[in-house]
Design a protein around this ligand. Structure first.
Ligand code: 5GP
Length: 205
């Protein structure tokens, strides 16, 4: 029997650059991860292709997927539904391939419950201070709004507790390197490797 792949979940606060890091990882020619394309009810942005960037669904279609337990997790984010198709994730893991999800934090918590053996990576802003600087230098927000953003960010950063690793997104390239290193290390974990050797012995003798 083939060893199951790893379920890799990249999540983190909104605006931290999850999508940018994910796209950078998948633009590397030697990436071995399989990207799980999400379902969403939001409208395609210019240049986005159905079945490549997302599977674009109507609200009714999405609700039917929820009803029929076709989603590993789903969340409502800024007025739209987003969710991960369970069949693709299951069959790809079964083939021994690593599946990569890039999702917001509510969804990641649901995946943690369903797949506690997954690899949960939290993408963090370089520092709270820098987050504030970034918000302030945008120059468009009032003090109240900035404070509110900071409060939300603080809460989201407290969510790190639900993850195995934290990767700072100081530079996209460095963040990608760290994620690749984490996955490599995870494949070398003693319990995974020992299981593989034990199975090998069972077959041969
Ligand atoms: P966008 O609309 O900018 O493509 O994505 C908005 C947010 O939805 C991002 O934080 C992205 O990580 C998240 N997202 C994308 N796909 C999924 C999904 O399948 N499930 C969940 N929970 N969030 C998702």
């Amino acid at each position: 029997m083939k060893e199951r792949g790893l379920l890799i979940v990249l999540s983190g606060p909104s605006g931290v650059g999850k999508g940018t890091v994910r796209k950078a990882i998948f633009s590397q020619p030697d990436t071995k991860f399989q990207y799980s394309i999400s379902m969403t009810t939001r409208k395609p942005r210019e240049g986005e292709v159905d079945g490549v960037d997302y599977f674009f669904k109507s609200k009714e279609e999405f609700e039917e997927l929820i009803q029929n337990d076709k989603l590993l997790e789903w969340a409502e984010y800024v007025g739209n539904y987003y969710g991960t198709p369970i069949d693709y994730v299951e069959s790809t893991l079964q083939e021994g391939k690593d599946v990569f999800l890039e999702i917001e934090v509510q969804g990641a918590l649901q995946v943690r419950k369903a797949f506690p053996e997954g690899l949960f990576i939290f993408l963090a802003p370089p520092s709270l201070k820098e987050l504030k600087n970034r918000i302030v230098t945008r120059g468009t927000e009032t003090d109240d709004l900035i404070l509110n953003r900071m409060k939300v960010a603080k809460e989201e950063i407290e969510m790190m507790d639900a993850y195995d690793y934290v990767v700072e997104n100081d530079q996209v390239e460095l963040a990608c390197d760290r994620i690749n290193a984490i996955v490599t290390a995870e494949h070398c974990r003693r319990d995974r490797v020992a299981r593989r050797y034990k199975q090998m012995l069972e077959v041969d003798f």
